[in-house]
Design a protein around this ligand. Structure first.
Ligand code: ZN
Ligand code: ZN
Length: 345
């Protein structure tokens, strides 16, 4: 057996696997290659050169005139707001008009109708969501839920995509902590694949795949990360990225926006702990997180279960991934989970 290899931060070491493995995701049946042979010493410490752009930051309290008028504010006495949702200055989709579709028998399309908003996560110039308290994260999650609830009244809209790009390498263009809401006129393929996979499972065994999945992970234990009364977090067996996490409620629920008050508070703490583990354990890596929840028009779904995916962006996505749809994960999720469980926060 070869020696352990440092990965990304000098103090995290990966034990080489005997053989590379192709692993299948149980939901969408996407294959991932887990191979420690891919470890290279090029994944070195990324010292985050924190350039403060405080004075010109459009997201800081006092600079509200630099953004479009808010569509939602979670109030706060000191700054007037604690979480602020504003229309994106450079939207990918537009709020007006109808989602007409067209086809010339060869090319088909739909007008880009939808909502594209920025969620400013805090009034002060804080770059890391992990540094905010749990009750603040609960307010952020509450803002997500309220915007989804609002979108359910608009029959033109089909799917609320909520995501966060943290760090330039994960696609963020401004450092002040923020996330995005993109509400689309159709259900995206990635989500439809999850819905279809979950439905197939439900039809065949009569239970929710995700409910079975988290229980299975809890019994196995080796990929488990966090566990509270109502929530659990684990590293998926076929995770695409090193340290990829899945956070979900233990009680079956298809719609994120129907979270109760006490659930929001607990999820705020779970999300904070997960992000703190990444921040402390991996020196504040760039990451994305994204929410997968039921389509807007759907009633309660017995087969689908909302969840948050946290995707650290330590390894790049390159030609092989684009060409094949296979991701290559150089860190076995069992080892990543073991390491993160031991990270003190
Ligand atoms: Zn700022
Ligand atoms: Zn479920």
């Amino acid at each position: 057996m070869e020696d352990e290899v440092p990965f990304y931060v000098p103090w995290f070491r990966v034990r080489p696997m005997a053989d590379p493995e192709l692993r299948k995701d149980p939901v969408v049946e996407r294959w991932v290659i887990v191979s420690t042979d891919r470890l290279s010493r090029t994944h070195e410490l990324h010292a985050a050169a924190a350039v403060s752009r405080l004075e010109s930051c459009p997201f800081c309290a006092g600079h509200e005139h630099l953004t479009l008028p808010a569509t939602l504010e979670i109030p706060n006495e000191r700054d007037g707001w604690r979480v602020r949702v504003v229309p994106n200055m450079f939207p990918a989709v537009r709020g007006d008009g109808e989602p007409q579709t067209w086809s010339d028998g060869w090319h088909e399309g739909t007008r880009g109708v939808g909502v594209h908003e920025v969620v400013i996560e805090c009034p002060q110039h804080e770059t890391s969501l992990a540094n905010l308290p749990a009750d603040h994260l609960a307010d952020l999650l509450r803002a997500y839920g309220q915007r989804i609830q609002q979108a359910r009244h608009d029959p033109r809209l089909a799917y609320p995509m909520i995501f966060k790009n943290s760090g330039a390498d994960a696609g963020a263009s401004l450092e002040h902590a923020h996330s995005q809401i993109l509400i689309l006129p159709q259900v995206p393929r990635t989500v439809q694949e999850e819905l279809d996979g979950a439905k197939r499972y439900h039809e065949s065994v009569g239970r929710c795949l995700f409910c079975d999945w988290w229980r299975q992970e809890q019994v196995a234990g080796e990929r488990q990360l966090l566990d509270t009364t109502r929530f659990t977090a684990f590293l998926p067996y076929a995770g695409r990225f090193p340290f990829e996490m899945c956070i979900l409620p233990k009680a079956h629920a298809s719609h994120f926006e129907e979270l109760a008050e006490e659930e929001l508070a607990e999820l705020g703490e779970v999300l904070r702990l997960a992000l703190r583990k990444l921040q402390s354990g991996l020196n504040d890596p760039p990451y994305n997180y994204l929410l997968h929840t039921a389509p807007l028009a759907a009633g309660p779904l017995p087969h689908y279960h909302w969840h948050l995916e946290v995707l650290p962006r330590i390894t790049g996505v390159a030609g092989f991934e684009w060409g094949t749809g296979y991701f290559v994960n150089p860190v076995p999720p069992e080892q990543a989970a073991e390491y993160l469980r031991g990270v003190a926060i």
